[in-house]
Write a protein that binds this ligand. Structure first.
Ligand SMILES: NC(=O)c1ccc[n+]([C@@H]2O[C@H](COP(=O)([O-])OP(=O)(O)OC[C@H]3O[C@@H](n4cnc5c(N)ncnc54)[C@H](O)[C@@H]3O)[C@@H](O)[C@H]2O)c1
Length: 263
């Protein structure tokens, strides 16, 4: 195997010859990621409940991350089509709103099942293939909700807090097998999901303005900006990076600004 990090004329951001699987890759952040990985030279399969949003050269795999048999078959089909696996992006996820009083047990089980166990099932099925790779990387889509208390997001935040801890534990378990594990923590990103949330609001325009204002940069993050962070963590450029959470949140986690008028 070539050492991709030391060849002086090799751009370590390139992914030529690498094979990648992106869950939830038919929409939003996952689709932007799948496209970027492919643009950088990877052969990419998208695993999604409804993969129709992914177009060639992306390979489409229909599977449900909340069903272990479906995941095993989906990962198997992806590995067969790609001829191996180097990069896994665990991105499929669903939202929930409300305080701890608002969601019933069935909703808690459902969201944790998709957002947390979905990553467990997919990684479990992928690991035997990743271990054979000379450049194995897992990137999980976590959230600002893992590290900041957001109102009306008790269940969703709990699921992403678990994703953050799971990322660190997986990074420790697999570092000596040559498998790196990291996550990205997006702030509110302008994806179809957030579009659906805005559509459901009483005053979508006011809701968008409030979400924009919550981020120090004054605007939502784009799916492409999150994809760029995922592609970095998945690439040989990040060969020494494991067990980290990379925030792509317009400064929301780290900055404490005074009101614009006060400066
Ligand atoms: N949009 C945001 O503001 C934001 C912020 C932080 C984190 N995230 C995270 O980013 C990820 C992607 O979000 P998005 O905004 O791009 O959402 P999206 O709804 O645009 O895309 C999610 C994709 O996941 C797929 N999916 C859902 N459940 C699935 C299942 N059980 N099995 C297989 N596929 C399934 C959907 O079909 C869809 O294609 C999620 O994990 C989300 O929690 C989003």
């Amino acid at each position: 195997m070539t050492d991709r990090t030391s060849a002086p004329d090799t751009d370590p951001n390139r992914l030529d010859g690498l094979k990648a699987l992106v869950t939830g890759g038919a929409s939003g952040i996952g689709l932007a990621t799948a496209r970027l990985l492919a643009a950088r030279g990877a052969d990419v399969a998208v695993l999604d409940l409804d993969p129709s949003g992914a177009r060639a050269p992306l390979h489409r795999i229909k599977a449900d991350v909340s069903d272990d048999t479906s995941v095993r078959e989906g990962v198997g089909a992806a590995v067969e089509r790609l001829g191996g696996l180097d990069i896994l992006v665990n991105n499929a996820g669903i939202g929930a709103s409300g305080t701890v009083e608002d969601n019933d047990d069935a909703q808690w089980h459902r969201v944790l099942d998709v957002n947390v166990l979905g990553m467990v099932r997919t990684t479990r099925a992928a690991l035997p293939h990743l271990r054979r790779s000379a450049h194995a990387a897992v990137v999980n889509t976590c959230s600002i909700a893992a590290t900041a208390g957001l109102p009306q997001r008790a269940l969703y935040s709990a699921s992403k807090g678990a994703v953050l801890s799971l990322t660190l534990a997986m990074a420790a378990d697999h570092v000596r097998e040559g498998v790196r594990v990291n996550c990205v923590n997006p702030g509110t990103a302008d994806t179809p999901w957030v579009g659906r949330l805005l559509d459901a609001a009483d005053d979508p325009q006011a809701e968008r303005a409030a979400l924009n204002a919550r981020q120090p940069m004054g605007r939502l993050v784009s799916a492409e900006e999150v994809a760029a962070a995922i592609a970095y963590l998945a690439s040989p450029a990040a060969a020494s990076v494991t067990g980290t959470a990379l925030a792509v949140d317009g400064g929301m986690q780290g900055l404490r600004l005074r009101p614009a008028a006060a400066r």
